[in-house]
Design a protein around this ligand. Structure first.
Ligand code: MN
Length: 196
């Protein structure tokens, strides 16, 4: 995965690679989710970093080494950056090689999507569902609470769906499963595979 370095000890707000995402994620959700929620995580992290001993570390390294408030905010900055960057209004398909990996580890693309959606739908409370490469080079789906990211387990994260209510409530209300199944339309698989 592409890691993120601070500039003069501060992390910058990521820019969205699109203006809008059609009906799947409304402009209103995008505006609150990126412009308010992510902004708050970035601002909080930047306030906590000076004097923490973690100035100058990459974002993933801060996530691996921190706990408490720094961990929560750094994790959310990393998670949201990966989430927003993996979507596109003209998403590219997955390669034959990646299809083969999903067949090897999940029995097929549809079986993978079904398990991913099911793990997202059944995560209790706030968190993230992830596709990662584990330490044995196998693709795995994990449910992570709150700000957790699979880098803390030594995995390489590839794809994530945010299941905090702020990610979907304005558009889908309590219908988290509908939000999850709609998100596939936006996933740019070349971005996801580029994290391998
Ligand atoms: Mn979020």
């Amino acid at each position: 995965m592409k890691d993120i370095m601070p500039v003069n000890g501060q992390f910058e707000m990521m820019r969205l690679p699109y203006e809008a995402l059609g009906d799947v994620i409304s402009q209103q959700t995008l505006s609150f989710h990126h412009g308010k929620h992510l902004k708050a995580y970035v601002d909080n992290l930047n306030k906590m970093l000076p004097g923490s001993g973690m100035e100058g570390l990459s974002l993933a390294e801060v996530v691996r080494r921190s706990e408490g408030g720094i961990f929560n905010n750094a994790g959310q900055v990393l998670n949201h950056t990966m989430y927003f960057e993996q979507f596109s209004t003209s998403p590219r398909a997955m390669s034959d090689k990646f299809v083969a990996l999903l067949e090897r580890d999940f029995g097929g693309v549809e079986a993978f999507k079904k398990e991913f959606e099911q793990k997202g739908a059944t995560l209790f409370g706030s968190g993230w569902v992830w596709l990662s490469v584990d330490k044995d080079a196998k693709l795995v789906i994990t449910q992570q609470k709150n700000a957790e990211n699979p880098v803390t387990m030594g995995f390489t994260p590839l794809l994530t769906f945010d299941v905090w209510e702020h990610a979907y409530y304005l558009d889908y209300q309590n219908r988290r499963a509908d939000y999850l199944s709609a998100l596939w339309q936006l996933v740019d698989w070349q971005v996801v595979e580029g994290r391998l």
